[in-house]
Ligand binder design. Structure first.
Ligand code: BYC
Ligand code: FE
Ligand code: FE
Length: 474
């Protein structure tokens, strides 16, 4: 069904024919807008921003581009088209028809996952709300706002499911999604990474690369769900997600390119000299990467999880790209897991595959993360610079799961706690790293101009030139 923009809430779910649901969502809408005004991007309400808006849900040409003031963005409810005769792709009900409703016995589990997913979306907007003040270019400012409005729409996606399928509980949970806030001492966001401040653009790009990519893999898992409305919702969200990761990957690539230019100009790899020329030295970038990557690894949950096992068994949440596997039931399969042996070494535990689904997803995520790292390293190598960016081990600096609070070095080798604490400042951004990166964050708002610490993008948005006025005074 095509998207109806003539209604207060744009949608392709025929909202006009469900008055009760429509009224409930129209009641939530002003609360969302209040939240956006108070905790969405600070300032810029009156600016015209060159944004894309969904006009369809098919792969070709789903978006239209034009100037929009952010508070006027048409947030709505868009589900990917139904796949006729879709069958459940994994778990105990493998091969049976998918569900149009939530089975009563799985209600609490579904609600918990939808709430957790929904909670991350507004959290990220809150985390990024001050970045507009320090944008490195108008191009980047526009990308930030594009990501922000789409994360707002992702919240709508989950709120729709809560309202449409979870009755009064769902409506209450939808309110709570606007009541918790990133970093709030009393009512924080649910997952750790979404309470970490994002105070500079280096962090923003790394968050886009690593944390939005967790979004990609979680959405892929939920897109396999037997509950078809959830699957269809997540399938469309994935098309939006691709741009968020693009912003992250190209952002980091541009930071690196600029650093390499400076290194060539001044003929040294001395971090202090590079910093004096207003570029980010590569060891600092590596420390920032260590922080965001390890935090994002925790978002996959524990290596061994009974939640994950029941979610898989019951057809609630599959593995990302379930079709890549042969065995979709995994009744007897096992998984060899690396665990700390309690004496400072690594042991192998054999666990039921179903309980290891978080780890399976995490491993596919890590492989995907490596692709961009390879690309960045190629640029570094081509420039003749002897430095390699590396993803730390999944055992390093974990706060969730088997390796939580187990001291290891970035390669994942267990080390004494005292050595870990002593060396940690060299592995994560120090106060002075942060102070330096913050000192670079000066707004650049002239069309086509870039901050000194970042190279221009290869191309502009939607075939427009890089020096287009992507954000202008309204
Ligand atoms: N921080 O059995 P366990 C995105 C909790 S990102 C804090 O280990 P389970 C986006 C867990 O909640 C994608 N707590 O894990 C990106 C549970 O607590 P309760 C977001 C954590 O349940 C950028 C307990 O530990 N989507 O979209 O198998 C911008 C034991 O749980 C953490 C989803 O997460 C943590 N890191 O899996 C914008 C998908 N990890 O319930 C958006 C939905 C675990 O016992 N969520 N805990 O109090 C899920 O599928 C699962 O909830 C998780 C955890 C994968 C997160
Ligand atoms: Fe999202
Ligand atoms: Fe995203």
């Amino acid at each position: 069904m095509s998207i109806n923009y003539s209604e207060r809430i744009p949608n392709n779910v025929d909202l006009a024919h469900d008055r009760t649901l429509q009224r409930a969502l129209e009641h939530w809408q002003p609360r969302f807008l209040d939240w956006w005004r108070t905790l969405g991007p600070h300032d810029f309400e009156a600016n015209d921003v060159y944004l894309r808006t969904a006009v369809g849900v098919d792969a070709q040409g789903w978006a239209s581009y034009g100037y929009v003031k952010m508070p006027d963005y048409r947030w709505g409810i868009f589900l990917a088209d139904e796949i006729p005769d879709r069958k459940i792709g994994f778990g105990d009900a493998f091969g049976q028809p998918v569900w149009r409703q939530v089975p009563g016995e799985f209600r609490a589990q579904f609600r918990r996952l939808i709430v957790t997913q929904g909670d991350t979306e507004p959290a990220s907007v809150e985390q990024q709300r001050l970045l507009g003040h320090t944008c490195p270019s108008l191009y980047d400012l526009r990308n930030l706002f594009q990501v922000n409005v789409e994360e707002g729409r992702h919240l709508w996606a989950m709120v729709y499911l809560l309202h449409a399928y979870f009755g009064r509980d769902g409506r209450e949970q939808a309110e709570e999604l606007l009541a918790r806030h990133s970093g709030d001492a009393d009512k924080p966001r649910i997952l750790g990474t979404f309470n970490e401040p994002i105070e500079d653009w280096l962090s923003f790009y790394l968050f886009g690369y690593f944390t939005d990519r967790d979004g990609k893999f979680q959405l892929k898992s939920l897109a396999e769900s037997a509950f078809d409305p959830l699957a269809r919702t997540c399938r469309f969200m994935l098309t939006e997600e691709a741009h968020h990761m693009f912003v992250g990957e190209t952002g980091i690539g541009r930071v690196i390119r600029r650093t390499l230019e400076v290194m060539k100009e001044i003929g040294t790899d001395d971090p202090e000299a590079i910093r004096r020329h207003s570029a980010v030295d590569l060891p600092t970038l590596q420390r920032y990467l260590n922080f965001w990557f390890t935090s994002s690894l925790d978002l996959f949950g524990s290596e061994v999880s009974s939640n994950a096992a029941t979610a898989f068994a019951n057809g609630i949440k599959g593995r990302p790209d379930e079709s890549q596997y042969d065995d979709h039931v995994c009744a007897d399969a096992t998984f060899a897991l690396e665990v700390p042996d309690g004496r400072g070494s690594i042991a192998t535990d054999t666990v039921p595959m179903r309980n290891a689904m978080n780890e399976v997803a995490r491993n596919t995520y890590v492989k995907d993360c490596e692709i961009g790292v390879k690309r960045w390293n190629m640029a570094i190598k081509r420039a003749g610079v002897d430095f390699e960016i590396a993803l730390p081990s999944t055992r390093f600096r974990r706060s969730i799961g088997a390796w939580a609070d187990v001291p290891t070095d970035p390669a994942g080798t267990p080390i004494p706690r005292e050595a870990y604490e002593r060396r940690l400042p060299a592995w994560l951004p120090s106060e002075s790293d942060r102070a330096f990166v913050h000192s670079l964050m000066r707004p650049v708002r002239e069309p086509g101009k870039m901050a000194a610490w970042i190279a221009p993008p290869d191309r502009g948005i939607n075939n427009l030139p890089v020096d287009y006025e992507y954000v202008r005074a309204g």
